[in-house]
Design a protein around this ligand. Structure first.
Ligand SMILES: Nc1nc2c(ncn2[C@@H]2O[C@H](COP(=O)(O)OP(=O)(O)OP(=O)(O)O)[C@@H](O)[C@H]2O)c(=O)[nH]1
Ligand SMILES: [Mg+2]
Length: 213
């Protein structure tokens, strides 16, 4: 009971700031994506590939409990990256994004990618003001994640199935996962990729050129 009350309070504090962020993003004409997935599913590797091939000006905000290691990886792709150390929090908040974008010239950007803290639960209901949520799954995690974490997959316009190169070694029913994603959200776009090998990204690049959401 107490837990639900606390969650509601956190949400009600978060939402007005998320709306302010959204207005700033809309005014600047920047398309904002919030990437959510388990620790190690490949969010940063997907963003490294995306940053290198993005069809416009982009920047990345990277949330981690500790360290700026992932932001450093993005910087090495010659893309501006802004680390947020949450210091223990399991998700980013709209206020953390507001504080970070205060240092950014949004008018210069076409795309802003936000890598959330690795977690399939806590970030799913926390609005940051983004245009879309992007779920990231990976083959070695097992193929039941969409069923087990419905709160996230009801909200994701795009889902990656990453580490497709490991399909020969891991039991994973790709078609069933795609079907689960569509059951959760009929208009979802599912992209099967190997970020490590840089394969399967054509449809994602096409989507970025013309996001139809
Ligand atoms: N085999 C394989 N390994 C991958 C792939 N993508 C990422 N990895 C590896 O998976 C590990 C984790 O990748 P990251 O991109 O750091 O994952 P992350 O989701 O950003 O992790 P956190 O930020 O810690 O939550 C690294 O060792 C990557 O090299 C892939 O497509 N195939
Ligand atoms: Mg990462």
């Amino acid at each position: 009971m107490t837990r639900i009350k606390l969650n509601r309070t956190a949400q009600s504090r978060n939402q007005p700031v998320a709306e302010q962020n959204r207005t700033k993003f809309q005014d600047a004409g920047v398309f904002v994506m919030n990437l959510i997935g388990s620790p190690g599913c490949g969010k940063t590797t997907i963003l490294e590939y995306t940053a290198r091939h993005c069809p416009g000006q982009s920047a990345v905000i990277v949330g981690d409990v500790k360290t700026a290691l992932d932001a450093d990886r993005i910087l090495q792709c010659d893309i501006p990256a802004y680390p947020i150390e949450t210091g223990g929090s399991c998700h980013l908040s709209a206020q953390m994004i507001a504080d970070t974008i205060a240092r950014l010239d949004l008018d210069q950007l076409d795309y802003l990618f936000i890598e959330n803290v690795g977690n399939l639960v806590c970030p799913s209901t926390m609005d940051l003001g983004e245009n879309i949520k992007v779920g990231v799954l990976s083959v070695p995690e097992g193929d039941e994640k969409v069923r087990k974490y419905p709160a996230l997959f009801l909200r994701t316009e795009v889902v990656f199935i990453n580490k497709a190169d490991l399909l020969p070694y891991c039991p994973y029913d790709v078609e069933r996962v795609k079907e689960d994603c569509r059951k959760a959200r009929p208009d979802v776009k599912v992209f099967e990729v190997s970020a490590a090998q840089g394969t399967g990204f054509g449809p994602w690049m096409e989507f970025l050129r013309q996001p139809d959401v």
